[in-house]
Design a binder for this molecule. Structure first.
Ligand code: ATP
Ligand code: MG
Length: 219
C-alpha cells in the first residue's frame, strides 16, 4: 500500500503538486486532469523518482524518504514497475532480452530468468516474437514489451504515464486490457491518462487541477 501525506512539489515558485494526500490500496486507478495539472509530477513522487518538497510517501506504512538510499533503491526495484509513453526499450536488444534486463539486474539465475521471460511474453501475447529486435516492432508491440519488462520482477505497483498516448484505439485497448488483468491479479495499477474513455475502464478516477485533487471517484 502506498500512502501520500500532504505531498507537495515546488519548482521555484511554481507549485506543481499542492499538498496532496491519497492512499493507493489496489485496483486499477486513473489519474486525469488537463496539461500542467501535476499528473506526471504526482506519479513520479509516488514512484520514488522525484523527491517531494514537503510531505511524506509511505510504503506499507514506512516513510520511504526517511530510509537509507540503499533501502529505498531496493524498495523501488522490488515493488515498482514503470511504463512510459515512449516505451524506452533498448532498441538493439531482442524482445526477450529487454524483458530479461530487470531480472539480470536483480541477480536472478539463468533458468529462472528464462522461465519468467516466457511467462511475461505469453502474458502480452508475444512469445513467438521473442527473438525480434525491439527497434523493428510496431508501437503497440513496443508498449506490450515495455509492460512485460515492467512486471518481470512481480512488482506490487505498476505506474504508467500516458501509456496509450502514442497508440491507436485498438492497441490502446489492448494495453488497458492487460492492465485490467494485472489489477485483477492483485497489482495496483496507477495510470495517468488524458483519455476519458480509458479512465472509465478503471476502478477509481482521481482528477487533478492546479496540483490539487478536485475529485476522487470509485466507479
Ligand atoms: N522539472 C521541472 N521544472 C520546472 N517545472 C516543472 C518541472 N516539471 C514539471 N514542472 C511544472 O509543473 C507543472 C505540472 O507538470 P506535470 O508535468 O506534472 O503536468 P502534467 O499534468 O503531467 O501535464 P501533461 O498532461 O502535459 O503531461 C507544470 O506547470 C510544469 O511546467
Ligand atoms: Mg505529464
Amino acid at each position: 500500500m502506498i500512502e501520500l501525506k500532504e505531498v507537495e512539489k515546488k519548482f521555484g515558485t511554481k507549485v506543481a503538486v499542492d499538498k496532496i494526500s491519497l492512499k493507493f490500496e489496489g485496483g486499477f486507478i486513473a489519474i486525469t486532469g488537463r496539461s500542467g495539472s501535476g499528473k506526471s509530477t504526482l506519479l513520479k513522487m509516488t514512484g520514488l523518482m522525484q523527491t517531494p518538497t514537503s510531505g511524506s510517501v509511505l510504503f506499507d506504512g514506512k516513510d520511504v524518504w526517511a530510509l537509507k538510499e540503499r533501502e529505498r533503491n531496493l524498495l523501488r526495484s522490488s515493488s515498482l514497475g514503470f511504463v512510459f509513453q515512449d516505451y524506452s526499450l533498448e532498441p538493439n536488444y531482442t524482445v526477450a532480452e529487454n524483458v530479461e534486463l530487470p531480472l539480470l539486474i536483480a541477480g536472478m539465475k539463468r533458468e529462472e530468468r528464462r522461465k519468467r521471460v516466457e511467462e511475461c511474453l505469453s502474458f502480452i501475447g508475444m512469445a513467438e516474437m521473442k527473438r525480434q529486435k525491439a527497434h523493428t516492432l510496431s508501437g503497440g508491440e513496443m508498449q506490450r514489451v515495455a509492460i512485460a519488462r515492467a512486471i518481470a520482477n512481480n512488482p506490487a505497483h505498476l505506474l504508467a504515464d500516458e501509456p496509450c498516448g502514442n497508440l491507436d484505439k485498438e492497441n490502446g485497448d489492448n494495453i488497458i486490457n492487460l492492465f485490467r488483468t494485472l489489477a485483477d491479479e492483485g497489482v495496483t495499477v496507477l495510470m495517468v491518462t488524458h483519455n476519458a474513455e480509458d479512465a472509465k475502464k478503471t476502478d477509481r478516477v482521481i482528477s487533478l487541477l492546479d496540483g490539487r485533487v478536485i475529485s476522487d471517484e470509485r466507479l
